[in-house]
Design a protein around this ligand. Structure first.
Ligand code: FAD
Length: 598
């Protein structure tokens, strides 16, 4: 059976020692009273819930999966999921980062980020039931009418109702401009919506009394393409004027997908037959409204892979210390045993450290992004708000694609540490790999994230936002460039920073001649950018650790942090050389291949 211990020490290191999250947030009026003790107390309680309630249901949920009653169209989640959700609601967890005017606790988004990292480590499939509600909440909070807000936000905040996002249709996933679901105005402000949605996470289940679907559909006079898409809120049960539940609406689950992982989460084919809905925001502006939800969800997906990377690492590390096979190349280490624990072997350490580095880099990045989201919302200085928004927009595709690609690689390495036992279900490792795979696909595939980063976020504004990040990294390079002990971290970061401008310009110029050049370079480009970002965070973390040690700390945590940073720069970061070469190779090796792909 797998194990999980919430990584509170590393979270606290990132939040308090590296980012000074509380200090930064105290500048925001709603968080002026925040203190480190409150933060830590919430994290500790969240860890108890994740490890004690959600984690024990992970393997059993995977084995049992969800069941659909074909007569009633009701879906039952695996045993124990409903009770765990009731406990979650009872504990007030859904309300953590929601606005007080809707019954929320008004705590910062970054705390929710850490709560969700732990829930994702514990049980990604279960976590998606409450997780989707946050996106629905955000979209309605930003674009809903006063009536929609009053009807839905308090219930989403309390967790009595959950939310979904209904975008995908059988013939359209990435290209939402193709969608066909129709919305007919009824003359009374409501719409009748008809169509078919597929792959809808938590589309139907027995955890909550009502499900609030956010549905993309097309009005009768809508132009073709993405400009003709509007957003609607469609509840499973209609809501009476007094807030009580009314009749069953015309939206139901027509089938459950049988899939590779996250078996405990119901992935539903949703049939809409004259379902009653109301318009969210303006007609034809559905995609913009949905982007609020999608951006939050992209960070959420990165967080899913962070959670899986952490839990897979913890289990692989424990196994590598116990499992004895062969002797160390430098002579026996466990002389009282017939063989040495496999952790003595260099390549086993490589696999473990790869997962550890991917987890710690991702945690730093995602917490940083979450603090940016808090500042974007609440900072009193307009300039800080807009800078935070810009940086967050730049980092979101990296937080989604780089973290999830690495998460899949990391869970895979951790499975490998177990040898054949990793392939056997009872150890839980193969589930982590299967669950991690979807994170590279949904919320915009990782290719789409790469195109977004290179096309819109970098070339789209002539690298202006990238320069904002480069200034941050440049300040660290300048501050630490004279410190000899930091040279092994700062030098490669500074070098990549310098190369990045030329590299980006080269691709940009080629893309002007031929747009396929951007398409051909985008995926390796995102990985290079990901390393620039992780390089910054590992150098920053190393500098904090060195300062603590210089100040007399003997806490082995800081030595461990330095060793992980050293491993990252020595073994993972050099990938950038190969990636830049691949990105520069141009589009011809891909596009002049009709014979090869005939
Ligand atoms: C388990 C699961 C849960 C999901 N949950 C939800 C949900 O809750 N709500 C929801 O609405 N959807 C959901 N989805 C759908 C998911 O978001 C889509 O599967 C995803 O966006 C990709 O769309 P597609 O599957 O149609 O692939 P396609 O769009 O057909 O893409 C196929 C391939 O082509 C590539 N491609 C497409 N266009 C381009 C391009 N311009 N340039 C380069 N490459 C391109 C893609 O990257 C991909 O590799 C879920 C899917 C799964 C499997």
């Amino acid at each position: 059976m797998p194990q999980y211990a919430p990584p509170l020490r590393d979270m606290q290191f990132v939040l308090h020692e590296v980012l000074d999250a509380v200090g930064q947030l105290q500048a925001c009026p709603p968080h002026a009273e925040l203190d480190v003790d409150t933060f830590n107390a919430v994290l500790e309680e969240a860890g108890k819930f994740a490890a004690g309630v959600a984690f024990p249901l992970n393997l059993s949920g995977d084995t049992e999966g969800c069941t659909l009653d074909r007569v009633t169209h009701e879906v039952r989640a695996p045993r124990g999921f409903k009770e765990a959700y009731a406990q979650y609601v009872e504990g007030g967890w859904p309300a953590l980062a929601c606005a007080p005017e809707h019954g929320g606790q008004g705590l910062p988004f970054v705390l929710n980020q850490c709560l969700y990292e732990m829930l994702n480590s514990a049980n990604q499939a279960w976590t998606m039931y409450p997780g989707l509600s946050h996106g629905a909440y955000e979209a309605l909070h930003a674009h809903g009418s006063p009536m929609q807000k009053a009807t839905y936000l308090p219930k989403l905040t309390s967790g009595e109702w959950t939310g979904t996002m209904c975008l995908t249709e059988p013939h359209c996933g990435t290209d939402l401009g193709l969608l066909r679901t129709k919305a007919e105005p009824q003359g009374d402000g409501s719409y009748r919506i008809t169509g078919e949605k597929i792959f809808i996470s938590a589309g139907e289940h027995d955890l909550a009394a009502n499900i609030v679907h956010l549905v993309l559909a097309r009005l009768p006079d809508a132009p073709a393409g993405s400009k003709g898409i509007s957003l609607f809120v469609v509840p499973k049960f209609l809501v009476n004027a007094d807030g009580s539940l009314g009749a069953r609406n015309g939206i139901h689950c027509g089938g459950l997908e049988h899939k590779m992982g996250i078996h405990g989460n119901a992935t539903c084919q949703m049939v809409l037959e004259d379902a009653v809905g109301t318009l969210v925001g303006e007609p034809g502006k559905g995609l913009q409204a949905m982007f609020v939800m999608m951006n939050a969800a992209r960070l959420g997906v990165g967080n899913q892979s962070l959670g899986l990377t952490e839990v897979a690492f913890q289990n692989a590390l424990a196994y590598a210390k116990e499992r004895i096979q062969m002797r160390s190349l430098t002579g026996p280490k466990a002389t009282d045993k017939p063989a040495d624990p496999i952790i003595v072997h260099p390549d086993v350490r490589r696999m473990l450290l790869t997962a550890k580095a991917w987890a710690e880099g991702a945690r730093a990045l995602l917490c940083f992004c979450a603090v940016l989201a808090d500042k974007e919302l609440h900072h009193p200085d307009e300039k800080v708000r807009s800078d935070s928004a810009d940086l967050l927009a730049l980092l979101t595709p990296i937080a989604k694609a780089f973290v999830t690609d690495n998460g899949f690689a990391a869970t895979n390495e951790c499975l490998q540490v177990f040898g054949g036992h990793g392939y056997i279900k009872e150890w839980g490792m193969e589930q982590f790999v299967r669950d991690a795979r979807i994170n590279m696909i949904y919320e915009g595939t990782n290719t789409v994230q790469s195109l977004d980063l290179l096309g819109r976020k970098v070339l789209g504004n002539s690298g202006a936002t990238l320069k904002k990040f480069a200034r941050l990294a440049g300040a660290l390079v300048e501050a630490e460039g004279v410190n000899e002990k930091m040279a092994e971290f700062i030098d490669p970061l500074a070098q990549l920073g310098e190369q990045m401008t030329k590299f980006t310009t080269e691709i940009g110029v080629k893309a002007l001649q031929n747009p396929d050049e951007a398409g051909a370079a985008a995926v390796p480009y995102l990985r290079v950018a990901g390393h620039l970002v992780y390089g910054y965070f590992f150098a920053l973390m190393a500098s904090v650790a060195l300062k603590k040690i210089a100040a007399g700390s003997t806490d082995p945590f800081y030595t461990a942090k330095l060793q992980t940073a050293r491993f990252y720069f020595a073994r993972l970061f050099p990938e950038t050389t190969m990636l830049m070469r691949a990105a520069r190779a141009g589009s011809a090796a891909l596009m002049d291949t009709d014979a090869a792909l005939a």
